[in-house]
Structure formats: C-alpha cells, structure tokens
Design a protein around this ligand. Structure first.
Ligand SMILES: [Zn+2]
Ligand SMILES: [Zn+2]
Length: 250
C-alpha cells in the first residue's frame, strides 16, 4: 500500500496587510515554498482591515497558490481584554469585540476558530465561549520561543480542555518577518490539497503539531513525565543562552 505523503502547513502568519507585518503575500509564498511547506494559514490583525482589503488579500492568496502550494486567508480578531482569536479561512470581517460573536462569525463561514497565545495575559476565562472554540495554541513561537513550548502554555491548554474536551492543540508561528522563523508545522494527511479539505481536517483534529523536538497529536494527553522532560530541556536551553550572553559581554 502506498502511504500518502503528509502535508506540511505553517499557521498564524502575518503579511504586510497587518499593521506590524512586513512581507507581501508573494514573499510569504516563495519563503514557505523554499522551506518545503505545502500550505500557509494567513491571519491578519482584524483592526484596520476592511472587507475591501480582505477581498484583495483573498485574491492575492489565490494568485500565489498552485496545485502544490496553498495559501489560505484569515484574520486574527482582537476581542476585549486583549484576547486574540484566529479565524482560518475567513472571507468577511466583523465589527465586534465579543469573543462569542467572533467565534460564531468564524464558524458560520466554515472557518476554524482558534484561541491565540492563551498565556499572553492572565485572561479572565469564562466558560461560554471556550466551549465554542475549535482549538487553542499550545505553542506560539512569538510568545513561547523556539525548540519547545513553555510548560505554562501546555498547562493552560489542559485547563482550557477541561472546559472544552473537543479543543484541538495548535502550533502557530505568529510570524511577522522572516528572521523570526522557526520550523513549527501542522502535519496533515488530507485527501487533496484544497482549502475546504484542510479546514475540515483542522476542525476534526486530523493533524499533528510537529517540530524537531516536539510532536503533539490531538486527543493524546500530555502526562507529567513529558511535562518534566520539557521543563528540563527548557532549563538547559536557558542556561546555554545565559552562558552565550556572558561570553559575548567580554
Ligand atoms: Zn495575537
Ligand atoms: Zn498574531
């Protein structure tokens, strides 16, 4: 039997449509093709993005996609209390900062609703909208750093999953420019490379979050042994960084 090749995706990517992004869709396309990715999930900050600009983004994503490489447009909605919710595969904006309304808006368009960097602030997490989410980031490169996620992010995910047992763990780059890249991928085995199929696989949790030292399948619990290993690794990393910083001051 021939085993289908797993597709590699980059999630939570900002282009210059976001006020703090610098790369054009074309640059994002050639950068991630060069890194051997098969698809990219764009999430522009919803502030200052009109429906017009979103439509432009959608056509740019189509223009730089092909049968081998897919760019899926989306938004990162800013809600009250500094809460950010990713909407993958979105084609309409929404003027609301209510998390429940935002999640419903995303899901009405068959988009995927994912809570971004849940540990950024100590959010006042109220149950109602958490139960409506498709997923939450267990690892956000911009907030957690390279190599491994933070233990507090994994703990936070577990806490959220107690309220929503269907919650899927996502990995996101939160990439705004090339130099912040690190290889955190969503791996899927879809029947074919098209937007609906990929969004469906993400919604259903048919994917893993993979990086060189990390692999997380949805539904499989993270036990305290792996938490301890991750904690130990991070301590070693911090030590190495400290030593490197010390040697550079001489
Ligand atoms: Zn954010
Ligand atoms: Zn972001």
């Amino acid at each position: 039997m021939i085993k289908r090749r797993k597709l590699k995706g980059a999630a939570h990517i900002h282009t210059s449509v976001s006020y703090d992004g610098v790369m054009s869709v074309e640059e994002i396309s050639s950068f991630f093709r060069g890194k051997k990715f098969d698809f990219v999930l764009i999430t522009e900050h919803s502030e200052n993005v009109s429906n017009n600009e979103l439509n432009k983004l959608i056509s740019e994503c189509k223009r730089f996609s092909s049968s081998e490489f897919l760019i899926i447009p989306g938004l990162e909605f800013s809600c009250r209390d500094n809460l950010h919710i990713l909407g993958f595969g979105i084609n309409k904006t929404l003027e609301s900062d209510d998390p429940l309304e935002v999640i419903h808006h995303i899901r009405q368009q068959q988009g995927v609703a994912v809570l971004a960097h849940p540990t950024k602030k100590n959010y006042a997490l109220d149950r109602i909208w958490i139960e409506e989410l498709d997923g939450a980031e267990i690892w956000n490169l911009a907030y957690d750093g390279k190599f491994l996620p933070q233990v507090k992010s994994i703990r936070m995910f577990k806490k959220l999953a107690e309220q929503n047992p269907d919650l899927k763990p996502f990995g996101g780059m939160d990439l705004h420019q090339e130099k912040n890249y690190y290889d955190i991928a969503l791996r899927i085995e879809p029947k074919n490379l098209n937007q609906n199929q990929i969004l469906k696989d993400l919604k259903e949790g048919n994917f893993t979050v993979e990086s060189r030292f990390f692999k997380k399948k949805p539904g499989i619990r993270i036990n305290w042994v792996s938490l301890l290993i991750i904690f130990a690794f991070r301590e070693v990393l911090n030590l190495v960084r400290k030593m490197r910083d010390l040697s550079s001051v001489r």
